[in-house]
Write a protein that binds this ligand. Structure first.
Ligand code: ZN
Ligand code: FE
Length: 262
């Protein structure tokens, strides 16, 4: 039996632990202490570290974890873009189409490259689950720091094509704030209102709103709904003239950057 648990870390990160009751892999350890606590408390041994991208809140715990557990670190070592740094922690480089087969916990992941937040971003797919770092969030998506909006949109579209029941393991608890933006984009969508209520109940109980699932994201995440007439209409009222999917997506991502700060 494979178990997947969120370890809250830093401000609003989740470090996902995948374990079989004895051996564990962690995804994006931005901090070591909460991981070491979790492993000790649950009598687990760390066997692998998985990285989605090189941001500090996803890698800063790696060095300390490896002082205790000298385990491989999987991820994308460098995007190939000479203008940006690589991820020096990676011991085992992964690329689009690779398969990562862990022995214990016994889990095999398919690797897809999902650029658009950072160039080096990858996602880990296993039947029924995806670990998508900072690309797809609950009701939102990551900022477009590197690459083009078209790349980020394409990455999101690839994730949206996964089966509806796929559990979505994102790296941040941003769902509540994202839903406020989703509602501004699409005030008449009852699924957003329902998700706001469900999210409030979970957060009031100090529980994660994740994993999400692809069906719920397709129903409530404005970044997966760029061609919906209600969203296009909202954006047009804000001055959008290019109503193509990419035009709407780009305008929405820029609007959200300011919306978050407000
Ligand atoms: Zn990031
Ligand atoms: Fe992050």
């Amino acid at each position: 039996m494979i178990n997947i648990t969120a370890i809250p870390a830093l401000q609003d990160n989740y470090i996902w632990v995948i374990h079989d009751g004895g051996q564990a892999a962690v995804v994006d350890p931005g901090e070591a202490a909460p991981v070491l606590d979790f492993l000790a408390k649950n009598r687990l041994e760390l066997t692998a570290i998985l990285c989605t991208h090189r941001h500090h809140d996803h890698i800063d715990g790696i060095a300390k974890l490896r002082e205790v557990y000298n385990v491989p670190v999987y991820g994308r070592r460098h995007s190939g873009n000479p203008r940006i740094p690589g991820n020096p922690h990676i011991t085992d480089d992964l690329r689009e189409g690779d398969r990562l087969k862990l022995a214990a916990p016994a889990v095999t992941f398919g690797i897809i490259e999902v650029p658009g937040h950072l160039d080096d971003h990858i996602a880990y797919l296993t039947p029924g689950s995806v670990f998508c770092g900072d690309v797809l969030f609950g009701a939102g998506c990551g900022r477009n720091f590197e690459g083009t909006p078209a790349q980020l949109l394409h990455s999101l579209q690839r994730l949206a094509q996964l089966p509806d029941s796929t559990q979505v393991y994102c790296a941040h608890e941003y769902t509540a704030a994202n839903l406020r933006f989703a509602l501004a984009c699409e005030p008449g969508n009852p699924a957003i209102q329902q998700r706001i209520e469900a999210t409030r109940r979970l957060r009031d109980a100090n529980l994660p709103t994740l994993p999400s699932n692809i069906a719920l994201e397709k129903a409530t995440n404005p970044f997966l709904r760029c061609t919906r007439p209600a969203i296009v209409q909202t954006l047009q009222q804000r001055g959008l003239s290019d109503t193509s999917e990419l035009g709407a997506f780009t305008a929405m991502r820029i609007w959200k950057n300011g919306f978050q700060a407000a």
